[in-house]
Write a protein of this length. Structure first.
Length: 374
C-alpha cells in the first residue's frame, strides 16, 4: 500500500468543537500531506481560517475561510524532508470568526521519522501578557503598495528590527508582512469599517491598490484614517483584536525586542495604532518613480501608474494626527550612508560603517536576511 497514515492528533477546542490534525505519506508522489479537519456538533455554522506558516524556509499556505465540518490540507515534498539544515517546524494557526483560538506546532520530520510531531504551545498563547511586556515604541512602516515598503522592512529586519514571527513568503515574492496583521486587516474592515462597506469593495480587500483605484469608499478610509479622531468603542474593538493577534505575531521570541511592522494598510488605521502606542514612530517610505523597470511585481507595476493624489494618500500624515513621523527616501537608504545612519538613529537601531552598509546591500540582494548583522 503506497499511501499510509503516519499520525493523528485530536484537540478539543470547546464542548462542541474539535480539531483533528493528521499527516500521511504519499509514496507514489514522495509527498507528505498535513490535514486539518474542523468538527463542530453545533447546528450553527462557524467560520474558520487555518494558516500553515514556516518562517525559516519561506513556506506559507494560507487557507480560504472554511465552514464547520470541513477540512484543508497542505503538503511537503521529499527534498524538503531530507534537508536537515534548511527547514524548520510549521506553526498551525486556527482562527474562528476572526479570533485566534489555537496554535499548534508541527515538527517537520526527517523522512525516517514517524511519530511525535505535534506539540501544543500552551504557555506562549497569551496576547495580553505579550502586550503588557513589549516595548511601547514600535516602528510602523507606511508607504504606497509597490513603493518600496517591503525592501525597507527587509532592510530594518537585517538591522535588528523584529517585524513578526509569522513573516514569510507569499506566492512567489517576499512581502515581509505579518500573517497576524493581515488577519487584523480583514477584521478591521468587517468589524470596524462595517459590513456594508465591506460588501461594497467585495473581494478587493486583499489588493489595496485596487481598493483605492476602484472604490471611493476605500479612498475615504485613507482620508479618515489620519484625522486624529477615534471612536472609543471602535478603538476598544481594534485593540482587543490587536492584542489577540499578538501571540501569532510574536511567537516565542524575547519580549524586549525592538519591533514594528510594515503594511501599506497602516495608513488606514494609523490613528488607532497611535492611540494604542502614542510613542510609536511612523516611518513613511518615499520612492521616486522610474521611467520603466523590467521584472516589476504586480504591485510595482500599479505603483508606476499611481497618480499624485493616490500616492499622497499613502505617504502624507497631515497636521491632524500628532505622532512622531518622518519620511524615508528609498534611494538614499541605498546610496547615502550618512542618510541611512540618520534614519537608523531615528529608529533607534544600530548604525553602520560604509563597509557594513555595502555588505548589507549585497546580502539583501540575495535575500540573505537569516543572519542579522549589527
Amino acid at each position: 500500500m503506497n499511501n499510509f497514515l503516519l499520525s493523528e492528533k485530536i484537540y478539543k477546542l470547546s464542548e462542541t468543537e474539535i480539531l483533528i490534525l493528521t499527516d500521511f505519506w504519499d509514496a507514489d508522489k514522495q509527498r507528505l500531506w498535513i490535514k486539518a479537519d474542523m468538527r463542530n456538533t453545533n447546528t450553527v455554522d462557524e467560520l474558520y481560517r487555518i494558516s500553515f506558516v514556516n518562517k525559516l524556509r519561506g513556506y506559507f499556505h494560507f487557507t480560504a475561510t472554511i465552514m464547520s465540518n470541513h477540512w484543508i490540507h497542505t503538503n511537503l515534498d521529499r527534498p524538503e524532508l531530507e534537508d536537515d539544515d534548511k527547514f524548520s517546524d510549521i506553526g498551525i494557526y486556527i482562527t474562528k470568526n476572526d479570533k485566534l483560538i489555537k496554535k499548534i506546532t508541527y515538527k517537520t520530520p526527517h523522512i525516517s521519522e514517524l511519530q511525535n510531531r505535534f506539540s501544543e504551545d500552551i504557555h506562549k498563547f497569551d496576547g495580553e501578557y505579550i502586550f503588557n511586556n513589549i516595548n511601547k515604541e514600535p516602528i510602523f512602516i507606511c508607504g504606497a503598495p509597490g513603493g518600496g515598503t517591503s525592501y525597507i522592512a527587509k532592510m530594518l529586519k537585517y538591522c535588528g528590527l523584529f517585524i513578526g514571527n509569522d513573516v514569510c513568503r507569499s506566492e512567489d515574492r517576499k512581502t515581509f508582512e505579518s500573517t497576524a496583521i493581515t488577519i487584523l486587516q480583514w477584521y478591521f474592515v468587517r468589524q470596524i469599517i462595517k459590513e456594508k462597506l465591506y460588501k461594497d469593495v467585495g473581494n478587493n480587500i486583499d489588493n489595496i491598490f485596487q481598493l483605492i483605484s476602484n472604490s471611493e469608499v476605500a479612498r475615504e478610509w485613507l482620508i479618515l484614517g489620519k484625522n486624529g479622531i477615534v471612536n472609543s468603542a471602535e478603538l476598544d474593538l481594534f485593540k482587543r483584536e490587536f492584542v489577540n493577534m499578538l501571540s501569532l505575531f510574536w511567537g516565542d521570541n524575547s519580549l524586549d525586542l525592538k519591533w514594528g511592522f510594515k503594511k501599506p494598510f497602516n495608513m488606514i488605521w494609523i490613528e488607532y495604532l497611535i492611540e494604542i502606542f502614542p510613542n510609536a514612530r511612523v516611518l513613511i517610505v518615499d520612492k521616486k518613480k522610474k521611467d520603466k523597470m523590467e521584472n516589476r511585481s504586480f504591485e510595482g507595476k500599479h505603483f508606476e501608474k499611481m497618480n499624485e493624489f493616490q500616492y499622497k494618500l499613502f505617504t502624507e500624515i497631515g497636521d491632524d494626527l500628532k505622532c512622531n513621523n518622518r519620511k524615508c527616501d528609498f534611494d538614499k537608504m541605498n546610496n547615502d550612508i550618512d542618510y541611512f545612519n540618520e534614519v537608523m538613529d531615528w529608529c533607534e537601531l544600530p548604525t553602520k560603517t560604509k563597509e557594513d552598509h555595502y555588505q548589507m546591500l549585497v546580502d539583501l540582494k540575495y535575500d540573505d536576511v537569516k543572519l542579522i548583522r549589527r
